[in-house]
Design a protein around this ligand. Structure first.
Ligand code: ATP
Ligand code: MG
Length: 264
């Protein structure tokens, strides 16, 4: 069974219904679009412009790595895409939704249905088991029956290789295992877009490689990924690398330009 297959996206335990069905994005459809995005922070020391007129288009099926020095605006960029941060100026569209126009309530619903978000520090809920952590987004989205949600969560945990720990709490497993659970959680509602901010940043090299491999598998099946990473070796495995420098996007990074970025 291949849960990533676009023609048969859902797990056997999670049958499609009209309510749940999401349109499969067409190849080359613009899934993420930033238009003239400016993010200005007001600080006691004055205004700070973290994103300067950012324009970015990510097409369906692309795996885009965002790189750049510390403070270059990578998280700010990602956070405007997920709606965690609002742009000061500009427009952001994700799968056709004008994210910049959503109010908080709409944003929460939209995020739950359309995005899988993965953070550097996993951010699993400590009072829930791993299985419950993966079930939670499906409960919020009111998808399917409790039994189907549980079965899907188990299948996702199997997919990322931690099903044998399903009933443990996050503190009882390693960081790499927690990140696997976080990926399973991000996939719970079968989102068309995965957004990740340094998902391997807190993992050792071997574990990072394994976790990155899960994203590659996801990308190979035609899903869309926008991922921040400090790791240029991993970034070079994405289908496109976007370089941020002082809040500005310099697209299409050349291979030879990458080594100097290690000096952050
Ligand atoms: N809430 C905030 N208030 C003021 N300035 C901020 C805020 N958030 C970020 N900044 C500033 O905006 C700039 C970009 O920050 P951002 O977190 O996007 O960088 P980054 O590229 O993700 O860095 P890192 O690699 O260290 O995670 C930084 O100079 C940062 O200090
Ligand atoms: Mg950051």
């Amino acid at each position: 069974m291949n849960i990533f297959a676009k023609s048969n996206k859902r797990l056997s335990s999670f049958p499609a219904s009209t309510e749940m069905a999401q349109d499969v994005p067409l190849p080359n459809e613009n899934l993420i679009e930033l238009r003239n995005v400016i993010k200005r922070y007001e600080t006691p020391g004055g205004a700070y412009v973290a994103l300067k007129n950012a324009n970015l288009t990510v097409k369906a099926g692309e795996f885009v790595a965002v790189i750049g020095k510390s403070g270059s605006g990578k998280s700010t960029l990602i956070n405007t895409v997920t709606g965690i941060d609002r742009p000061t100026v500009g427009e952001i569209y994700v799968a056709g939704t004008p994210v910049h126009q959503l109010d908080e309530g709409q944003m929460a619903v939209w995020r739950g249905q359309q995005l899988g978000i993965i953070f550097q520090f996993f951010q699993l809920l400590p009072t829930l088991t791993l299985l419950e952590n993966v079930i939670l987004p499906m409960e919020f989205a009111r998808r399917s029956t409790p039994a189907e949600r549980q079965a899907r969560a188990m299948e996702l945990l199997e997919l990322v290789g931690v099903a044998n720990h399903a009933n443990k709490y996050p503190t009882a497993i390693s960081g790499g295992q927690q990140q696997r659970v976080a990926i399973a959680r991000a996939l719970a509602n079968d989102p068309p877009v995965l957004v990740a901010d340094e998902p391997t940043g807190n993992l050792d090299a071997k574990t990072a490689d394994a976790v990155f491999g899960i994203f590659e598998k996801f990308a190979a099946q035609g899903r869309t990924i926008l991922m921040v990473t400090h790791d240029n070796d991993l970034a070079s495995r994405a289908s496109r690398v976007v370089l941020l420098a002082d809040g500005e996007i310099a697209e299409e990074v050349m291979e030879y330009a990458l080594p100097s970025l290690n000096q952050t």
